[in-house]
Design a protein around this ligand. Sequence first.
Ligand code: FAD
Length: 110
Amino acid sequence: PPDNAALGRSTWTFLHTTAAYYPLQANERQQTQMTNLLESLSIFYPCNWCATDFRRDIKKNPPISAVAGRESLMKWLCARHNEVNQKLGKEEFSCEVKNLDARWKDGPED
Ligand code: FAD
């Protein structure tokens, strides 16, 4: 079976980094493509219970307005990650853009 912790870390790295470099203002096509990426991830993510909960979470909190641009996408993803953090008893991450940029755009950590 997959190593769910390694898979999770890599997937969050991919998602938060992609959000940090997403267009500041995405056009309609880019917004649709990002929505498709997130929905596809919630279907194909190879940890079944993770995928099920993620699907439920994004059904409750659809990315519809978040995909408009970089800052809203970064904050939305941070909130989704915090939902998982909370479920797993991990610390909540501060979702200010400054903090997200420091970790996922500017910072060389990891
Ligand atoms: P991770 O949670 O992987 O975080 C990596 C780094 O991201 C942290 O070190 C921190 O610097 C940064 N970070 C932390 N929180 C945030 C945030 N809110 N916003 C931005 N950056 C942040 N595991 C399960 O056991 N059960 C599940 O149901 C489950 N569902 C998941 C669903 C998805 C969509 C994904 C991608 C992963 C899921 N995981 C799940 C994996 C889990 O979230 C962790 O990746 C895994 O437990 C390893 O945790 P970690 O402590 O190494 O840090």
